[in-house]
Design a binder for this molecule. Sequence first.
Ligand code: ACO
Ligand code: ZN
Length: 438
Amino acid sequence: MGSIDTPTITENGSTQSYAAAAPADDNQRPLASSNGAQESEATKKRRTGIHPLEVGTRVMCRWRDGKYHPVKVIERRKLQSAEPSDYEYYVHYTEFNRRLDEWVKLEQLDLDSVETVVDEKVEDKVASLKMTRHQKRKIDETHVEGHEELDAASLREHEEFTKVKNIATIELGRYEIETWYFSPFPPEYNDSLKLYFCEFCLNFMKRKEQLQRHMRKCDLKHPPGDEIYRSGTLSMFEVDGKKNKVYGQNLCYLAKLFLDHKTLYYDVDLFLFYVLCECDDRGCHMVGYFSKEKHSEESYNLACILTLPPYQRKGYGKFLIAFSYELSKKEGKVGTPERPLSDLGLLSYRGYWTRVLLDILKKHKGNISIKELSDMTAIKAEDILTTLQSLELIQYRKGQHVICADPKVLDRHLKAAGRGGLEVDVSKLIWTPYKEQS
Ligand code: ACO
Ligand code: ZN
């Protein structure tokens, strides 16, 4: 399967550095005009005539791959120089995910390709926000926590505000990581481009020296909470958001840097956090996590999932997903992830569901129903149906969905489904469901 975002890795002293994700594919657009060294008079005139560009302008922009891609100007800021027209622009690559949004210099833009100037205020972002009821509830809760006065217009403004990334990079353990999205850190952190995280308690600081001082004092060597799984060097910790509120909040601030549509910051009490770590003699280093509501009316068994960028594409995501279903099995429930899923979330879930279901179908002799598959896997029936439908393994006969699984077709799909991810060894899971604990 091709990569829809390939982090580039560079060595940075003792710290490894992770750059933001690359675009989905190579569908490079032809240049709208020649951009040669010899600038024509007409182009020069145009340059001086149209900039600074308005927010909302659509134009072609040279990306770090050296190719031009269409962008929309999201924000602009004046540079501290003598030139009154010197601005840089925060752009969204319209073909790609928002995690690629970035500040660019004027010379990266092909001004001959300037298309339109749209009035941002006319666009109704609120209507376009596809939120689940659950997320709306969370937003409402967020309002109670200090945004009570937010009406639709202010919410739109808030959306506008979060369009520009605030923190550009973070340092966490051995890694320096470029962030993907805005995260609402407390205002005193908003003037920092980089934040330094303690990899164990997840406290964050503005300066490296503060972190160094902190590391001398911090006595944590793993996430707070109970270790509920250990297999080889992998450990999973369960952290109760109510018992470890600050840790839960820190984790949410950190996670939001890589998650676009999440609104969970204050109500960590209602969640359990499952933090996956790679352990060595220096401690247990966070690789990723998922959160889970203590009580979910919608049978969600996972709220947010994240693998930190340096650890992505190694099978940890599918491990976390598999783990969430193992917990559901222990609870005797079926589960589903909270919606909406991100592009990468959907890919990972689709890959997981496909592999798990096809493995069963391959081994199973005779007919099997969606309900039986759901009982065996804890995957919600709707997710089974959409997965098998997308693989064209479902027929509708006499008012019923029937699974039609030709072994050759199954093999082909299994091959296409990619690697299985890291296995969860259920015998190593020692866990009591939340309701029983209390
Ligand atoms: N390009 C193409 N396919 C990808 C990519 C990518 N960059 N990343 C994951 N996939 C697909 C592949 O099919 C991959 O399987 P393969 O490597 O065998 O081909 C599969 O997804 C999962 O790969 P894993 O290595 O198991 O997953 P990873 O550890 O990379 O984590 C995750 C996946 C958690 C979605 C990660 O990309 C991430 O943290 N993204 C940012 C946060 C996010 O979007 N979370 C989901 C939001 S939805 C929600 O929270 C309910
Ligand atoms: Zn610490």
